[in-house]
Design a protein around this ligand. Structure first.
Ligand SMILES: C[C@@H](Nc1nc2c(c3cc(-c4cn[nH]c4)ccc13)C(=O)N=C/C2=C\CC1CC1)C(C)(C)C
Length: 323
């Protein structure tokens, strides 16, 4: 039985027969929305644009077919995604879950609409980003990863398709279906980022649906993901923003995996020096030897970035090609 999300109830002031104002709780449902175009298709879900008919607010609604989820034994993923989203509500860089409801056929997640679409789409249009844009988007992505990790969440499938952009062209990280919630996140994030989770027992080893380019070597080798796995993916994303291609790309998934395990990649000529130094400290086979978040933030590539709230207050830089 899928527990509905309490926040689905909204209170509305209504005057009752005696003229006394009553606070009535109303539950949102499918009929409260005008559904629009399809924004994205996941393996078990479709994300549609939708408008709340009452307040005309725009949302993205992720629709999951109950029968399909049960048949494919994905109920656990759905609950993990909802629980993960419910832990990550206080950060501008993470897509926010407002409420959930269901009807006889489907489950519905009502979420932030990231109207700027996928970062990957913008990158493909631009070819590549210049240093200033890479620094800005890299910083917002890293700030969001840092927040996830302090909340005891490992994303495990970070890639440009899962980095969305909102109407201000700010980062919105999404797709937490393969996230891992660490058992008891130590509040000060003291645990060793290279310390693998119970990956071995974890039968939800990342399904290689979608792209394999960002999978970490530890996930390939021993199905273990840890916080440092997200930092490996972060290194791949920084490389790709500046180079216009991911570091590990081959004719098929198997050959891509071989390149990852052999750390076989090359920088294009003209790749900025500081970015190269940072990428080389992230694309390290041993998770424990990758730069931890704090040291990435103080790396000279991010010189001039004000971390924290300020990062989300200033306008995004105009997108320019890296020539
Ligand atoms: C990655 C995901 N794609 C997407 N997921 C979401 C979008 C989204 C928006 C556009 C878009 C907007 N404008 N133009 C394109 C393109 C793809 C999207 C959104 O706005 N809000 C929440 C989303 C997801 C929430 C999820 C955590 C539950 C897949 C491919 C899996 C469907």
């Amino acid at each position: 039985e899928w527990q509905e999300q309490g926040a689905a109830v909204m209170t509305r002031q209504e005057i009752d027969a005696s003229g006394k104002p009553q606070l009535r709780t109303v539950k949102k449902g499918v009929k409260d929305f005008n559904f629009g175009r399809t924004l994205g298709e996941g393996s078990y879900s479709t994300v549609l644009a939708a408008t709340d008919r009452q307040n005309l607010k725009e949302y993205a609604i992720k629709v999951l077919d109950k029968r399909h989820i049960i048949k494919e034994k994905k109920v656990k993923y759905v609950n993990i995604e909802r629980d993960t989203l419910n832990r990550l509500t206080e950060h501008p860089g993470i897509v926010r879950l407002y409420y959930t409801f269901q009807d006889e056929r489907s489950l519905y997640f009502v979420l932030d609409l990231a109207s700027g679409g996928e970062l990957l789409g913008v990158l493909k249009k631009m070819g590549s980003f210049d240093v200033e844009c890479t620094r800005f988007y890299g910083a917002q992505i890293l700030d969001s990863i840092a927040y996830m990790h302090t909340r005891g969440v490992i994303h495990r499938d970070l890639k440009p398709e899962n980095v969305l952009l909102d109407s201000d062209m700010f980062v919105k990280i999404t797709d937490f279906g393969t996230a891992k919630i660490l058992p008891n996140p130590k509040p000060n994030g003291a645990d060793d980022p290279g310390n693998p989770t119970d990956g071995a027992a974890d039968d939800r080893a990342m399904s290689f649906v979608g792209t394999a380019e960002y999978v970490s070597p530890e996930l390939l080798r021993d199905k273990n993901a840890c916080k440092a796995s997200d930092l490996w993916a972060f290194g791949c994303i920084i490389f790709q923003l500046l180079a216009g291609r991911p570091p590990f790309k081959a004719a098929n998934e198997y050959l891509t995996f071989q390149k990852i395990l052999a750390l076989e990649y090359t920088f294009p000529p003209g790749f900025p020096e500081l970015a190269r130094d940072l990428v080389e400290r992230l694309l390290v086979l041993e998770p424990a030897n990758r730069l931890p978040v704090e040291q990435i933030m103080s790396h000279r590539f991010f010189e001039g970035i004000k971390w924290g709230k300020d990062l989300w207050r200033h306008k995004a830089p105009r997108l320019k090609k890296h020539v």
